[in-house]
Design a protein around this ligand. Structure first.
Ligand code: UDP
Length: 331
């Protein structure tokens, strides 16, 4: 490939799967991650890890000066919907100021290609499902709004500084490297697939289903689960588009599954019951988020390789069942 990239948050879940994919395709990668949430074990050998916070603007400037990057992939962020509704000011201020610090350093260093981890939470309770890329933006939680603020600021940076950005609105990232080298390990874990798998393994408590009175066929929330390696592939494809203009894309499979259906998938794949109970709704959760990635597919040729929920859950199950304590027991 011959290109060189900076990946902030490259030791985290989605970021590390992009880093692995980039390295496999022959690119040179520098990861900047303070390891507050990321894991050293998620960074492949041969990849430079700068273990500093992106809030440190001086360090950012040094990193951009030390390597000449073709593009920056910006993952490092606070990303939990529930937490954002307990501490909205921290989410808005940290996500905005840190993202703009990275964008500012990129502009000053003349690195004018920027790929942002954005989110389906931008769409709130959508009027049209599957959600088209041009749908109205109306987040129902502070996490989503923090990303919307970043997207807006990137628009100005394009207009004024020529910083071309791709804002990629992820639906629900799930699954793991099918070769089992890396996987999902959050502390605390709040995501449905790893919690359901942990409940099946007995490494986590029984799952609580958040809300059974949503206006969906079985009363539980519907989400669009997309494999992390399909997300990674989309990140690389959009780079070519940035040569023409800034872009905004949804990344999802286009099929929705309810919380109950995810539990059933984990039971099918694992061959074990998923112990679970039912609780109230979680603040900020829309009933249904399903993507139309029509524009991404048309303009970049992207298509998911792991379109079926069972295929996604299988790769997650393989990793968690071999690493029940996450990266701690990788040796
Ligand atoms: N969920 C749940 N119990 C849990 C965690 C999640 O019922 O312990 C539900 C949550 O309400 C949402 C879906 O599972 O409808 C996916 O949640 P997750 O936190 O994985 O991702 P999000 O949609 O918030 O990005």
């Amino acid at each position: 490939d011959g290109r060189r990239f900076l990946v902030t948050g490259g030791a985290g879940y989605v970021g590390s799967h992009l880093v692995l994919t980039l390295v496999e395709r022959g690119a040179e990668v520098v990861v900047m991650d303070d390891l507050r949430q990321g894991h050293r074990g998620a960074v492949p050998p041969g990849v430079e890890l700068v273990q500093d916070s992106i809030a440190d603007r001086r360090r950012l400037a040094e990193v951009f000066a030390a390597w000449k990057f073709d593009a920056v992939f910006h993952f490092a962020a606070l990303s939990l919907v529930g937490e954002s509704m307990r501490d909205p000011l921290r989410y808005c201020s940290e996500n905005l100021s840190n993202s703009l610090a990275v964008a500012d350093a990129a502009v000053k260093a003349g690195c004018l290609r920027f790929v942002l981890s954005s989110t389906a939470a931008l769409f709130g309770n959508p009027k049209v499902v599957p959600i088209p890329e041009e749908a109205e933006l109306a987040p129902t939680n502070a996490y989503g709004d923090s990303k919307l603020m970043v997207e807006k600021a990137l628009g100005w940076a394009d207009q004024v500084h020529g910083l071309r950005s791709a804002c990629l609105r992820y639906f629900n990232a799930a699954g793991a490297d099918p070769q089992g080298r890396i996987g999902e390990d959050h502390e605390p874990e709040t995501h449905l697939v790893p919690l359901a798998i942990g409940a099946a393994l007995g490494t986590r408590p029984p799952l609580t289903v958040f809300g059974t009175d949503y206006p969906t066929p079985d009363g539980t929330c519907i989400r669009d689960y997309v494999h992390v390696l399909d997300l990674a592939d989309a990140h690389i494809r959009v780079l070519d588009r940035l040569e023409q203009a800034s872009v905004r894309y949804n990344i999802g499979n286009g099929t929705g599954y309810s919380v109950k259906q995810v539990i059933e998938a984990v039971e099918r794949i694992s061959g074990r019951p998923v112990p679970h109970g039912f609780g109230p709704r979680r603040a900020g959760d829309p009933a249904m988020l399903v993507a139309s990635s029509a524009r991404l597919r048309q303009e970049t040729g992207w298509a998911p390789r792991f379109a079926a929920l069972d295929d996604i859950v299988r790769t997650a199950w393989d990793w968690h069942s071999r690493h029940p304590k996450g990266y701690d027991d990788r040796g």
